[in-house]
Ligand binder design. Structure first.
Ligand code: NAP
Ligand code: ZN
Ligand code: ZN
Length: 354
């Protein structure tokens, strides 16, 4: 085992602060990675503050991890010391269920998330140890869950692809977004800005819905064909019954009906956001009259995450980021909650002193 330094929440109410944690020995199939950058996802805030009522403290958040391979186990085939490597939201799964066999490990009942999951490598059957995420200078992960990273892209700006990128890429692909589709993206935050870039690169007509009037010019620069201020009913009405697909990335409870009524017959609104409090119940009339659907989607499997990273390398897509020092994480959380980030904070792990 090796002791490493991290930033952790020790309770829902306290600020994140330095904490020494243990990483396991590098096993035969493990890759040990020096973490160079880690993105800051809104899920980190939800978990650190126990907004989903499932936090086991201490929580070391962070699942948008990029870095360099420090060592590999004897059976590792795809990575060698010095390679760039990425880790997203998953570090293990059962490997044998139909979801795992289909490369959809995120839907496996035995999935192990990068943080705040029971860590089977440490569990002694009595007191489970939890996984610790990327707000740290090092991590050890099974080769199957480690992603290859192109050296053509800015490494810090690649980090958010590991969650925000794949979480939006997966539903856009699943609902077959492409040339000829009219797609709505709701919310221009970490997920939303990646969704705009990806849907644009897939060839769709992209409409961004935002509550922030000051994000209109940015949304167009990022690839939106149109931008709608969702608080303005007149602007919303102009798009009634016109969308094939809407991807909703909002991190707070809100009225879904103003979006479902914009869907065409058989259109789908997929929810990515997981707010602390439930959305008000949606109108059934809005759904039955045009056979519309409200769906959900969870991150993406490992195979699809690699596909997304390769797609981004090919299309020169990365996240728009603000680099921060580790010690500034608590202020970054406050700014993110206010929607004041353009469009993802990324921690420079060189600022984490051991
Ligand atoms: P974020 O960067 O904070 O972006 C969320 C955006 O939602 C904000 O920028 C804002 O956009 C909009 N928003 C926030 N509060 C709002 C409100 N009260 N009413 C309307 N709009 C509001 O968060 P993120 O990292 O993109 O994450 C978004 C959500 O997805 C979080 O709940 C996160 O936990 C969840 N998530 C889910 C998955 C999954 O697998 N399904 C994966 C990762 C994250 P505007 O200013 O443009 O309105
Ligand atoms: Zn995330
Ligand atoms: Zn499984």
């Amino acid at each position: 085992m090796s002791k490493v330094i991290s930033y952790a929440a020790v309770s829902a109410k306290e600020k994140l602060a330095p904490l020494h944690i243990e990483r396991r020995e590098v096993g035969a199939k493990d890759v040990q990675i020096e973490i160079l950058f880690c993105g800051v996802c809104h899920s980190d805030v939800h978990t650190a503050r126990n907004e989903w009522q499932n936090a086991i403290y201490p929580v070391v958040p962070g699942h948008e991890i990029v870095g360099r391979v420090m060592s590999v186990g004897k059976d590792v085939k795809t990575f060698k010391v010095g390679d760039l490597a990425g880790v997203g939201c998953l570090v293990d799964s059962c490997r044998v269920c139909p979801d795992c066999v289909d490369g959809l490990e995120q839907y496996c009942d035995g999935e192990i998330f990068t943080y705040n999951s029971e860590d089977k490598h440490f569990g002694d059957g009595r007191s489970a140890k939890m996984t610790y995420g990327g707000y740290s200078n090092q991590i050890v992960v099974d080769e199957h869950f480690v992603l290859r990273i192109s050296d053509k892209l800015n490494l810090a700006a690649v980090a958010p692809l590991l969650c925000a990128g794949i979480t939006t890429y997966s539903p856009l692909k699943h609902w077959k977004v492409g040339p000829g589709s009219k797609v709505g993206i709701v919310g221009l935050g970490g997920l939303g800005h990646m969704a705009v870039k990806l849907a644009h690169a897939m060839g769709a007509h992209v409409v961004l819905f935002t509550t922030s009037a000051n994000k209109v010019a940015d949304a167009k620069r990022l690839g939106a064909d149109e931008v709608v201020i969702s608080k303005n009913p007149g602007e919303m009405q102009a798009h009634l019954k016109s969308f094939d697909f809407i991807l909703n990335t909002v991190a707070a409870a809100h009225n879904l009906d103003v979006f479902t009524e914009l869907l065409k017959r058989d259109g789908t609104m997929c929810l990515n956001g997981v707010p602390e409090h439930s959305h008000p119940s949606p109108s059934i009339f809005n759904l039955i009259f045009k056979r519309r659907q409200i769906a959900g989607s969870l991150i993406g499997g490992i195979k699809e995450t690699q596909e997304m990273l390769d797609f981004c390398a090919e299309h020169n897509i990365t996240s728009d980021i603000e680099i921060i020092a580790m010690k500034d994480i608590n202020e970054a959380y406050e700014r993110m909650i206010k929607g004041d980030v353009k469009y993802r904070f990324v921690i420079d792990m060189a600022t984490l002193e051991s």
